[in-house]
Design a protein around this ligand. Structure first.
Ligand code: ADE
Ligand code: ZN
Length: 308
């Protein structure tokens, strides 16, 4: 299996139904069903929001530092089996704080798992864009005492209606703290969101970015500056950002000379971990070993903290 880095992975999106049930029992939380197949049967999505509704509902079982430790430990085990040699992992503190889970339990559990895990990994703190810029700034300030436990900040959750420009200030603060910067853009939002992420947030990687291909000038900018894109093919199909894998624009992105990487996004929900995404590209799009090797090489080049 080809070695690779994974750069677009939400740790909350690795919460498998089996762990939902185990944590609900451990924390005495009522679930509508304890049948893992019944939970999985709900994973049919029509767009990003329809997924986010289920994603936020399921993560209510995450309560304690131990829960976050177990979640990240399970991911790192799977990642190792998928050929991942380095991971940069998103987490969504606001999604837990809003349920009364303290930030130190989240950061403490995740960072302890990373320390003990087999795959070298780092954390990227994401702001939920639909909760607005003021709350994002509060979260960043609350997280600064844990500054040594994460390497950067990101922007995720519902995209359309929440343009990157809203988050200029909090990204400026992050930059001044020496934090690396990424943002989801061009998943459901148009190329204008990718421009804003680059020009206003000064991001160093674009998460998804598939709609950048609608704007040739933007493609030229991404190519010339070698700004990596963390593309998530199975996610794009399951959230209907593309009609099917056969229609995915990823091969054209590679042909344009873009620094494309392949990642799993929320693998517990989208039918596969990162190697499964590589294999699907081979199977459905006929991508060659040479192309997939290039993508894997890109993933190490695009990493912020790879020490290979
Ligand atoms: N694909 C995605 N887009 C935006 N926010 C997310 N949070 C988890 N997965 C996401
Ligand atoms: Zn994502």
């Amino acid at each position: 299996m080809r070695p690779k880095a994974e750069l677009h992975l939400h740790i909350e999106g690795t919460l498998e139904p089996e762990l939902v049930v185990e944590l609900a029992r451990r924390n005495r939380i009522d679930l509508p069903t304890y049948d893992v197949e019944a939970i999985r049967a709900r994973y049919s999505f029509t767009n990003l929001q329809s997924f986010l509704d289920v994603y936020y509902e399921n993560m209510a079982v995450l309560r304690t530092e131990e829960d976050f430790y177990d979640l990240a430990t399970a991911y790192l085990r799977r990642a190792a089996a998928q050929g991942v040699r380095h991971a940069e992992i998103f987490f969504d503190p606001q999604a837990h704080q809003s349920r009364g889970v303290p930030l130190d339990a989240v950061v403490g559990g995740l960072s302890a798992a990373l320390k003990d895990g087999d795959v070298p990994a780092a954390l990227i703190l994401c702001f939920l864009r639909d909760r607005g810029p003021e709350e994002a700034e509060q979260v960043l300030r609350a997280a600064l005492p844990f500054r040594d436990r994460f390497i950067g900040v990101g922007l995720d959750s519902a995209e359309v209606g929440y343009p990157p420009s809203l988050f200029r200030r909090v990204f400026d603060i992050a930059a001044a703290e020496g934090l690396r910067r990424v943002a989801h853009a061009g998943e459901e939002g148009g190329p204008d969101y990718v421009w804003e992420a680059l020009d206003i947030l000064r991001v160093e990687r674009v998460d998804h970015g598939i709609r950048a291909m609608e704007d040739p000038q933007l493609v030229a900018r991404l190519r010339e500056e070698r700004i990596p894109l963390t593309v998530c093919p199975l996610s794009n199909v399951r959230l209907r950002a593309v009609p099917s894998l056969r229609d995915h624009i990823l091969p054209a992105m590679l042909d344009e000379g873009l620094v494309v990487t392949v990642n799993s996004d929320d693998p517990a929900y989208f039918g596969g971990y990162v190697e499964d995404n590589y294999q699907a590209l081979r199977r459905e799009l006929g991508m060659t070993d040479e192309q997939l090797d290039r993508i894997a090489r890109n993933s190490f080049e695009a990493a912020f903290a790879y020490e290979g």
